[in-house]
Design a protein. Structure first.
Length: 142
C-alpha cells in the first residue's frame, strides 16, 4: 500500500511519514508483514534511532529482526503527510497489537506521541534536564 495521491503536509512537521521495515526476501505486504512505524521528524532520523537501539541490545521484535537479518532488512517510506493522517494510515496497517507476521507489538497509533502538545510542566522538566549540556550547532538549529 503506497499512497501516491497528494496528501496534506503540516508545515510544523514537514517530514512526518509512515515507513515500513521489512525482510527483502520474505516480505511483500506492509499490511501484514514487517514493521510499520511513524515519524514526525523524517524517516532517516527515526531509522538511526532504531539502529542505535538495535546495537544497544533492544529486545523489541523489530530490533531483534534487524540484528538477525542484517543487510536483508530494507526500508520504504510509504507516505509523507501530516501527523494525524500518518497515525490513521499506521492504524489501518496495524489495527491490533501483536499481529501475526509483523514485528510490531502495539496497534498503530497507540503510542499517541506524534505531534502531541506537551503541558507547560512537562516542557519545564524536559528543559531542566538539558540545562548545562553542550549541544552541537545542528542540534541547536533544530
Amino acid at each position: 500500500m503506497i499512497l501516491t495521491k497528494d496528501l496534506p503536509i503540516d508545515p510544523k512537521y514537514p517530514e512526518s511519514c509512515v515507513y515500513w521495515i521489512y525482510h527483502e526476501d520474505i516480505h511483500n505486504d506492509p499490511s501484514t508483514q514487517g514493521y510499520v512505524g511513524v515519524s514526525a521528524n523524517g524517516f532517516e532520523q527515526r531509522f538511526k534511532r532504531h539502529s542505535h537501539d538495535m546495537r544497544k541490545g533492544s529486545e523489541l521484535p523489530v530490533h531483534r529482526a534487524m540484528r538477525k537479518n542484517g543487510e536483508k532488512v530494507k526500508t520504504l517510506v510509504l507516505v509523507k503527510t501530516d501527523p494525524e493522517m500518518c497515525l490513521l494510515v499506521e492504524a489501518m496497517l496495524r489495527p491490533q497489537c501483536n499481529m501475526e507476521g509483523t514485528w510490531n507489538i502495539l496497534a498503530g497509533g497507540s503510542s499517541g506521541k506524534l505531534g502531541q502538545t506537551l503541558s507547560d510542566e512537562t516542557r519545564a522538566k524536559m528543559s531542566a534536564s538539558q540545562k548545562g549540556k553542550i549541544h552541537s550547532e545542528a542540534v541547536k538549529n533544530k
